[in-house]
Ligand binder design. Structure first.
Ligand code: SF4
Length: 209
């Protein structure tokens, strides 16, 4: 091997090592607007809301039962989802619950997990309610008063927002979909490295592939 061949060989090895490390770190390398060498690169999408006919919420003895369709029940068995309802001052009150045998049961003694506050349609604050702030009365009142309530995937962890290297994600209120909380992606900022889809625990953010 002559000197030029040796230098070319070294250059190829350096590039291969770089791409391998980028793939492992999830960072990737941008070439002509495309990210290459990333293990999870791809355009992130936001899943649509659960259709209303795919779950039911009813008051039963001692609590509230949320019954899920077979598809949702099997996808989320053993995992957490959010039940939410709006209080009388516009707070988005949430109770996280694990799916067990295709159902979620919230007993009357359970406190709300979080309250989401908004500035316009943007999430401004996520606060822990006082001890004793029960979830079921808020839910049942919202149902009676025809305020928004339902089942959603967002667990308010903000992992996507936090991990996004270019601040392209924001949590907002989806007014058209019963006021659920969902991430929106600024497509002008997104570099499609796909890392938000990896950290999202409920697959609310996902890649087509
Ligand atoms: S929104 Fe952010 S984290 Fe998600 S793919 Fe785009 S740049 Fe990456």
């Amino acid at each position: 091997m002559n000197r030029n061949n040796i230098l070319a060989f070294i250059a190829v090895v350096v590039v291969m090592v770089y791409l391998a490390s980028a793939a492992m770190s999830g960072g990737g390398l941008k070439v002509l607007g495309k990210t290459i060498g990333s293990a999870y690169a791809g355009r992130p999408e936001v899943r649509p809301p659960f259709p209303r006919e795919s779950y039911s919420i009813e008051a039963v003895d001692g609590g509230v039962r949320v019954s899920l369709s077979e598809g949702i029940g099997s996808e989320y068995e053993g995992q957490y989802l959010s039940v939410y309802a709006y209080d009388d001052v516009g707070g988005h009150v949430v109770r996280f619950k694990r799916v067990v045998s295709g159902e979620m049961f919230i007993s009357d003694g359970e406190d709300a997990s979080f309250i989401v506050l908004f500035n316009g349609d943007k999430v401004s604050e996520i606060v822990k309610p006082d001890v004793g702030y029960r979830f079921n009365p808020v839910l049942l009142e919202a149902m009676d008063a025809s305020r928004n309530f339902g089942l959603e995937r967002c667990l308010l962890g903000k992992q996507g927002e936090t991990i996004c290297p270019v601040f392209a994600l924001e949590l907002v209120k989806d007014e058209g979909e019963y006021g659920r909380v969902k991430p929106v992606i600024d497509r002008n900022k997104c570099i499609e490295d796909g890392v938000c889809t990896v950290v999202c625990p409920t697959r609310l953010l996902y890649r087509e592939d």
